[in-house]
Design a protein around this ligand. Sequence first.
Ligand code: ATP
Ligand code: MG
Length: 250
Amino acid sequence: MSPLIQATGLSKHFSGLRAVSEVSLSCERGMIHAVIGPNGAGKSTLLNLLSGETKPTDGMVFIADQDVTGFSSHQMSLKGVGRSYQRTNIFDNMTVLENCNIAVQSRSRISMRFLGTTSNYPDIESQSKSILKRVGLLSVAYQLVSELSHGAQRQVEIALALATNPDVLLLDEPLAGMGAEESQTIIDLLRDIRLDYAMILVEHDMEAVFALADFLTVMLNGEVIESGLPQKIRASKKVQSAYLGEDAGE
Ligand SMILES: Nc1ncnc2c1ncn2[C@@H]1O[C@H](COP(=O)(O)OP(=O)(O)OP(=O)(O)O)[C@@H](O)[C@H]1O
Ligand SMILES: [Mg+2]
């Protein structure tokens, strides 16, 4: 089976800085591929390259077998790549449902000028509601995002990524700033939905990473220093020394 998403030799240089340097990875549906590494390792930049937000200096990206190198984020979204952000990326002064409607619309081909009149599109609203139900947010559908707890706002972020109906889900620190209970809710959610997506998960919470990941890639200073199954990563001296003296937690 060919991977749903694959990167080969992916690099991104900012002036002289090698933020991402010759990274290769792949992910299949039903698999969670965690990308870990200390602050500044290049993890978010890698996700930006995979989601089309940043164009690579070098290397290639494939979705299924199609070369999508250099595609824009909108084109990548149409190819089935959804992502959540390290910092929340939602409209605070709108309801959870309104946010979700916009995300559903972004992949459907309905013109953007109908934004704000989504109630004319019951199919959009019903898709939104089924996503909110799936992530456990249906009961707060009509609340403003600004009224929600930090943890619930992060759940909204995941709902918005799912609302674009992706095959590949790129998650950048979905557990950032959460307490233990909120984290567990998200871990359970990701476990529930894992079979439907090829998931690439960037996360600092190692307990969560090892609870979820089927495969790991470890980055340091833009480079992959180790990759493999969880037991290999746990035992790796290279990985342990990369984290020594680093603040790997949030
Ligand atoms: N747009 C940019 N212009 C210049 N340098 C950048 C840009 N984006 C990221 N960098 C640099 O690239 C390196 C990698 O950053 P990146 O945000 O990808 O790291 P990260 O692994 O996600 O870190 P963290 O765990 O703190 O989120 C850092 O040195 C960062 O300062
Ligand atoms: Mg980051």
